[in-house]
Design a protein around this ligand. Structure first.
Ligand SMILES: Cc1cc2nc3c(=O)[nH]c(=O)nc-3n(C[C@H](O)[C@H](O)[C@H](O)COP(=O)(O)OP(=O)(O)OC[C@H]3O[C@@H](n4cnc5c(N)ncnc54)[C@H](O)[C@@H]3O)c2cc1C
Length: 503
């Protein structure tokens, strides 16, 4: 019999065996534990972003300084979707892209287990994100349509179409069923009538007239999609989500491996054109405007050594919480706006199964699990109708409240979360546990900004050009953190870069 205690024992053994108490090497795979190496020794791999240089900067540590060795028209800082998109938009210029990780893609990075491609972050894009759709078409990246809508799982029973006809099948009291359905029409009416004026309110406020189960649902959906519960979310963002939540109205597309497939296609498209100017393993720690020349010096660490390059224009495509630390001399109001952003910690657990597990729908939502939702990684290939004997993966989304960020630095706590994931899956779908071969954890401390009330005003101040230092990243826009936002912010920065370069 699998007990919670047994789980804890084996999983913590894994952590102890790895010898990573403080997580100083976050992407080192855990060695197979010496004891109890059964399928129930679940969490085999803990990975995450490298943060040594960034934390040194945050903590005000002095880093070594090197002389300038090269000059470029444009230096792009960050090789996530927005940095890659900036490089794409400026590919005809002399540019250098610096990414701190060895792989490109930021919050859209692939992993693969036994031939199953899986995401460690971004899941899908939508048909209404037309410019992104056009980008993928231009680079020949073949997104596939997502079949079907999402499900809301209660006691292992999935209900689809829960904001429409399916609401009547929800195992809830009649009032709650009615409210799932009618809230959609009513809140969308408010969204159309009041528009961005709703950004002053919280989503929780406009949900008050409805059954608390509705708030409970959005308190799960919000953290997974925009980093915040209803009390932390702009009513504008929450109301707008009725246009796309559940996947019924705005057709969704993605790649095997989720949006990581899109990021990888973009990086692969750029690599032969940019060669070594697409540079991984390079963590930028300072961006200094040059008082006399028009331009800036960008300082970075690579292979443990400092480097410096001069740029006529710099595009900072990292999140603003980090931009605020590295760009020297920012105006006080801009720095304050950047610091006012909040970001949610967000580990993703890829649960690798020897045989197919639950696959009721594309994205499956839970009100009572430690995680918010999971996506069967190969849904995009088989829509739940794959071969019975195949290996597969559930990509489990497990956003955390901001105040729990530090837990991600404590391996036993992360492994405990992996236990919790397995237990909740087993509770809803008995038999899942014995199919688990391993769980891979990808932890990120600040990947998703919270779409809080008042962000619209903040964004304009935080993202404005600071002379030759321009800002991209999805957090330069007011909506929900997205690949599309990353692309749009990059386009805007690239237009400004061209203007400055031709002045
Ligand atoms: C769990 C999760 C699920 C998501 N689901 C979706 C989804 O379904 N659809 C969707 O559209 N979006 C989704 N998103 C959001 C989407 O992934 C992000 O909005 C997108 O990755 C943003 O791209 P970006 O380039 O703006 O930022 P990021 O992806 O954060 O990229 C920033 C890059 O900068 C690099 N960097 C940071 N500091 C430095 C430094 N000092 N020097 C050099 N480089 C540095 C980072 O390593 C990173 O590569 C999801 C995000 C998460 C976390």
């Amino acid at each position: 019999m699998h007990t919670r205690r047994y789980f804890l024992k084996t999983v913590v053994l894994g952590a102890t065996a790895s010898g990573m108490p403080g997580c100083s090497e976050p992407d080192r795979p855990l060695p197979t534990p010496a004891v109890a190496a059964t399928p129930r020794t679940l969490a085999r791999q803990l990975r995450g972003d490298h943060f040594e240089t960034c934390h040194a900067v945050r903590d005000g540590q002095a880093l070594p300084v090197a002389g300038v060795t090269a000059s470029h028209d444009v230096v792009i800082v960050g090789g996530g979707p927005s940095g890659l998109s900036s490089a794409y938009a400026l590919r005809d210029r002399d540019l250098l892209l610096l990414e701190k990780e060895d792989v490109f893609g930021g919050n859209c990075i692939l992993d693969e287990w036994e031939g199953v491609r899986m995401s460690t972050g971004g899941a899908f894009y939508t048909e209404s994100e037309q410019e992104l759709v056009a980008l993928f078409a231009e680079i020949g990246a073949q997104g596939r349509p997502v079949v079907g809508g999402d499900s809301l799982v209660v006691d292992g029973e999935p209900t689809t179409q829960f904001f429409a006809d399916g609401a009547n099948r929800l195992p809830f009291p009649q009032k709650a069923r009615d409210d799932f359905r009618r809230s959609k029409d009513e809140i969308l009416q408010r969204y159309r009538k009041e528009g961005t004026a709703l950004d002053r309110l919280t989503f929780a406020e406009i949900l008050k007239p409805y059954d608390p189960l509705l708030t409970q649902f959005w308190d799960r959906f919000g953290p997974s999609n925009w980093g915040g519960t209803t009390a932390e979310t702009s009513a504008y963002i929450g109301a707008e989500a009725y246009l796309w939540a559940g996947g019924m109205d705005d057709a969704r597309w993605t790649f095997p491996g989720g949006m990581a497939g899109g990021a990888q296609a973009l990086a692969d498209w750029l690599k032969p054109k940019l060669g070594e100017r697409l540079q991984g393993g390079s963590a930028v720690y300072a961006i200094e405007r040059e008082p006399k020349a028009r331009g800036a010096i960008v300082r970075y660490m690579k292979d443990g050594a400092p480097h410096a390059v001069r740029a006529r224009v710099v595009i900072v495509a990292t999140p603003k919480f980090y931009a605020g630390h590295v760009v020297a001399g920012l105006p006080a109001a801009q720095l304050a706006a950047m610091k006012a952003y909040r970001y949610a910690p967000f580990p993703v657990f890829n649960v690798c199964l020897n045989r197919p597990g639950p696959e009721p729908a594309y994205d499956n939502w839970f009100l009572d699990a430690p995680f918010t939702d999971f996506i069967p990684a190969d849904w995009i290939l088989y829509a739940g109708k794959g071969a019975k004997e195949r290996k597969t993966v559930l990509t489990v989304y497990h956003p955390l409240p901001v105040e729990r960020r530090k837990e991600l630095l404590v391996d036993p706590m992360v492994l405990d979360m992996a236990d919790g994931v397995a237990e909740a899956l087993e509770r809803h779908f008995p038999g899942t546990l014995e199919k688990i071969a391993e769980i891979r954890v990808f932890r990120r401390g600040h990947p998703m900004y919270v779409s809080a009330p008042g962000r619209m005003a903040l964004v304009a101040t935080a993202s404005r050009a600071f002379g030759p230092v321009l800002f991209a990243n999805t957090d330069s826009l007011a909506g929900v953190s997205s690949f599309d936002g990353a692309w749009l912010a990059a386009q805007r920065a690239a237009r400004e870069a061209r203007k400055q370069l031709s002045a």
